[in-house]
Design a protein around this ligand. Sequence first.
Ligand SMILES: Cc1ncc(COP(=O)(O)O)c(C=O)c1O
Length: 383
Amino acid sequence: MAIYLDNASTTFPKPACVAEAVYRYLTEVGGNGQRGDHAAAYAADELLYDLRCRLAKFFHAEAPQQVIFTKNVTEALNLFLFGLLKPNDHVLLSPLEHNAVMRPLELLRMRGVTYSFLPCAPDGLISPDGLDALVQENTVLLLVNHASNVCGTVQPLEELAAFCRRHRLLFAVDAAQSAGLVPIDMKRSHLAALAFTGHKALLGPMGTGGLILTDEIGRRVRPLIAGGTGSKSHLYSMPDFLPDRLEAGTLNLPGLAGLYAALGWLEEAGLDAIREKELALTQLFLEGLRPLEEEKKLVILGRKDRSKRLGVVSVRLLKKDQALVAQALAQDYGIYTRVGLHCAPAAHKALGSFPEGSIRFSFGHFNTPADADAALRALHELC
Ligand SMILES: Cc1ncc(COP(=O)(O)O)c(C=O)c1O
């Protein structure tokens, strides 16, 4: 049996109830949302409404209709950035951004949008002190990667929210890695927007995700795509209300049925218990890496203890070729990791591991201490 330590890419396996819900949708429910006057279509409507309610409650959003479904967090971030920003707007970013943010912003740069990074400590943590000078007259938004997919560092949302309020900036979060592990309260953190993906720590299927907006920002963001919504069909223009205004085309209903089941599973297990389990494994792994770091065989990126982090641990090898070691881990030991830049060159630049990148071990709910031990033993042999 392989040992799956690539949960930051996508969590695996999923709880059985998630697969069962997808199967049940495909074999017993089947209808399309807002597109029919029969029981199968009503069941789809009910699922969409219940899921919006569950997500709004989970993230403390203002109202269920402000949950816009997308196929992943990348699409959610594109919808938000292209829909909000105008020429001459300036955006502040956390230093550990993923290309799901950098690439839309590079396209927007051609339309006159500019951006700059907040500084961070060597472990990737942003200190909210001393940031005031970075705000420009045209700064409209601070966008923060809540938890790094490279080193697991978790940023302090509430302190950053206070900074945004002081400067009247919108505050938005890419919660790709944190949603499902770290409780997020949109109201307490004064979030204008939260982008999430369903297939990582939320334990749902791929092809699910969303953008949650406040009412005010929901009115301002322009649609990314336009088309049928099943509502106001006499109009050529998009309906003027949420979620329909920003959500065109048939949704991934089987996937969303799986996400609904996953959220129920998470609520029952409890985020604190889930996170504690993951952090205990992470601590074990970090402690086992320490002798290798002392022998100068590798460097641990980011925080070296279990505080202010998730179970994403990256190491930069100093004596061996990382790609070959990752390949040997997979082929000879059955240990699946991810090597390289993890779609986050900005993060590796900030952490001093660009351009070579790192080998990333990312723990999930279904990993065991034996998995962490096996990875450590293999690393001791290979490094
Ligand atoms: C921080 C972060 N943002 C965005 C993404 C993109 O996720 P998706 O491919 O689900 O859109 C990832 C995926 O690794 C991520 O870790």
